[in-house]
Write a protein that binds this ligand. Structure first.
Ligand code: 4NP
Length: 150
């Protein structure tokens, strides 16, 4: 059975598209049957490509984010996805605020799958410019999630 996973951040141009691309790349090397998407709690960047800094770091590590476009999380996603993985606690609050009746998706912090990291939230690189550190966290959590699902 296909496991459906949605990655969520604020703008869907930095952290969650990175999680989508990195997880897809790493999961492709496994036997996992997964459907992956990402979205933002805001619709500020709807239709936009991922941030150029995220795409550059992705390319340097062998991932390709260029087919991804920003979109906003919607209530229907709670029916269609098994797991909604948020980058920070503010994303969780905004995500739970639009959960529809009967929408059963489990909502968790992505770094729950990186228990050895001291951080529990993926810091927003949009202003902080720390894309390398963000990619390290996201690769670690992706490997943890793949191990859990395998
Ligand atoms: P993201 O980063 O949530 O990781 O995609 C941000 C992207 C855009 C903005 C904030 C955070 N913004 O204010 O437009």
């Amino acid at each position: 059975m296909t496991i459906k996973i949605m990655f969520v951040c604020l703008g869907n141009i930095c952290r969650s598209p990175t999680a989508e691309g990195v997880f897809r790349g790493l999961a492709a090397q496994s036997e996992l049957d997964v459907f992956i998407d990402s979205s933002g709690t805001s619709g500020w960047h709807n239709g936009d490509l991922p941030d150029t800094r995220a795409m550059a770091e992705a390319n340097a590590r062998g991932y390709d984010l260029s087919a991804q476009r920003s979109s906003q999380l919607k209530p229907q996603d709670f029916h269609e996805f098994d797991l909604i993985l948020c980058m920070d606690n503010s994303n969780i609050t905004k995500t739970e605020a639009i959960r529809p009746k009967g929408g059963n998706a489990k909502v968790k912090l992505f770094l729950d799958y990186a228990p050895n990291q001291s951080l529990r939230e993926v810091p927003d690189p949009y202003y902080e410019h720390n894309f390398e550190a963000v990619f390290d966290l996201i690769e670690d959590a992706s490997r943890g999630l793949i191990a859990e699902l395998s």
